[in-house]
Design a protein around this ligand. Sequence first.
Ligand code: SF4
Length: 373
Amino acid sequence: MKTNLLDFDLDGLAAFCLQLGEKRFRAVQLFRWIHQRGAADFSAMSDLAKSLRDKLDGCAVVASLPVVSEHVSADGTVKWLFDVGGGNAVETVFIPEDDRGTLCVSSQAGCAVGCRFCSTGHQGFSRNLSTAEILAQLWHAEHALRRRLGTDTRVISNVVMMGMGEPLQNYAALVPALRAMLDDHGYGLSRRRVTVSTSGVVPMMDRLAQDCPVALAVSLHAPNDALRDHLVPLNRKYPLAELLDACTRYLAHAPRDFITLEYCMLDGVNDSPAHARELVDMVSSRQGAGFRCKFNLIPFNPFPASGLHRSPDRVVQAFAQILVDAGIVTTVRKTRGDDIDAACGQLAGEVMDRTNAVDRMARQRTIPLKPVH
Ligand code: SF4
């Protein structure tokens, strides 16, 4: 079987080239052809020696993912559904803005964490994506968008690992993909513009700080353990105190001087003024230890199986105001791509669940979610 070169960061590709008897600078050339120029055909790589191109033809391939569908929203958002085999498909979303182009990338087919408000979580988990499957989403999106816009310059300036899956539960495949995104011979993205979003896999947050410290977003969604246990089941393993301590440790290595805390606003569940004040206390009590954060309030995108509803705008604004009045930087996420189900929490893809998530979620729905105050 041929080796897919999308599976490598530059060091990995250099090791592969070494096996072929080729020096590192050849790997750099190859890496630039693949990631900067979007080339998949070795015969087009004109500055590589013919002998190397012949070798590569015999043992390697640049294989992206088959596109099942592509939808373009009225607001310019693009959503791709990629086939990853075995009846699974993952989603990737491009969000254009005036000053940036952001790609939301999936890391797993499904997700085992099972957050109550997340449509991916409701689909269960099938498997981790490989590095090639993670990078192929960026490779395809970047070069398809360049062709469409008729430009040679970079279209995607930011990547957020916020699509399907918990990226830190697929750490071994994630890190080489991040390195290719950051590499000046690859996509050359700034560490500040590549964000890993986690529901709080504490040991892996510590490893990421050492191995590849990019911007970090944490799916918080609740101000106390009692509520977070229900909304984000991983909290039972890594409760809030441990999670926030890990955030503080991460900040010593992070490219930004704050952690983004994501907070999905659920009507009557986690959106009261008392919840906001509890968050203020939580943040203030940790500032002395060096904890710095920014809140991103996310309007919930309802889907029938969740049994949950979106907080009214006035409730979201009042909640935000309490945080802002306490001096905490707070934004409310604009919903984008609503018309193509590309908004946050709507990425569903197709997952051959191996975890009985549907039954598990149905049982959870019998637990009433009520404000704890
Ligand atoms: S919010 Fe993230 S961690 Fe939670 S179920 Fe959805 S994809 Fe998984």
